[in-house]
Write a protein that binds this ligand. Structure first.
Ligand code: HH2
Length: 281
């Protein structure tokens, strides 16, 4: 796997679990929407995440929660680019851009981002694969069934882990065809994207099988509704449930966890990694 320069040192995903901090510069994200609009608020949040030990900062300008309204390219760039530029200047952690739009990704890469987190796995915009390849960026290929608008309309699978595994294998082939080297690819089962509670649970249990695809695995359970369904609690009350999911994911082999709560997740990851034994903490 390509190494990432984190706090001045080269870190290879998989050598220790990495914590990707979520920074949504949106009005409507399901948990942090409306909190970090504007560069100053985003930088202040990033500063806090940095002090808490974040390894990657993931900037998103469009909510992909179920039923979310799409945002146009110009508006997404207006939200994301000044923040990416400011983060790159200020912090020595890799910045990732959470977008499925090729133009937004390209401008964010010009602004200094080094990772493209594409929840569509290069499917929603035909320009995306070429953009990632030309810039030598790392790409996150995530599984989603349907689109954010439709994905929670009664998703059905015969065997969710097998289906996600097959999808991810096909998307790796597509990425390779664009010229993206295999050491620039991370995979993600897409927790909550076209999945019911038991599908999400099966995918978390299925981490060892997905790891056999041979790529670093990113998992994003943070405060998602499957936790709310188990605990019958709103997003604001899902920290402990998130930490349980993060810990189990890391124990089973996840290389990167995408979270809102950086300090707590860093601590959980260190303990889970120590229990896993194969990763130093
Ligand atoms: N989840 C969300 C957004 N982007 N990217 C990856 N790779 N994996 C995920 O699980 C994932 C993701 C949804 O969470 P959030 O960003 O908190 O909410 P919203 O989409 O409402 O902005």
């Amino acid at each position: 796997m390509v190494s990432l320069k984190i706090r001045g040192s080269e870190v290879v995903p998989g050598s220790r679990p990495l914590v990707m901090g979520i920074l949504n510069v949106t009005a409507d994200s399901f948990y942090d929407g409306g909190r970090y609009q504007g560069v100053d608020a985003a930088l202040a949040r990033a500063e806090q995440m940095y002090e808490e030990g974040v390894d990657i900062i993931d900037v998103g300008g469009e909510s992909t929660r179920p039923g979310a309204e799409p945002v146009d390219e110009a508006e997404e760039m207006r939200r994301v680019l000044p923040t990416v530029e400011a983060l790159v200047k200020r912090f020595d952690v890799p910045v990732s851009v959470d977008t499925y739009k090729g133009r937004v990704a390209e401008e964010a890469l010009f602004a200094g981002a080094s990772i493209v987190n594409d929840v569509s796995a290069l499917r929603f915009d035909e320009r995306m694969g070429d953009v990632v390849a030309r810039h030598g960026a790392v790409v996150v290929l995530m599984h989603m069934k349907g689109t954010p608008r439709t994905m929670q309309h009664n998703p059905v699978y015969d065997d969710v882990v097998a289906e996600v595994e097959k999808f991810l294998r096909e998307r790796v082939d597509a990425a390779s065809a664009f010229g993206i080297p295999s050491d620039h690819i991370m995979l993600d089962p897409g927790i909550g994207f076209g999945k019911r509670l038991h599908h999400n649970l099966a995918l978390l249990r299925g981490i060892p099988r997905l790891k056999r695809l041979g790529f670093p695995l990113l998992v994003g359970p943070s405060r998602k509704s499957f936790i709310g369904e188990i605990l019958d609690l709103p997003a604001s009350e899902r920290l402990e449930g998130t930490l349980a999911a993060v810990s189990v994911s890391v124990f089973l082999g996840a290389d990167v966890v995408r979270v809102h709560d950086v300090r707590e997740a860093c601590r959980a990851c260190r303990v889970a990694a120590a229990l896993r034994e194969d990763a130093p903490c």
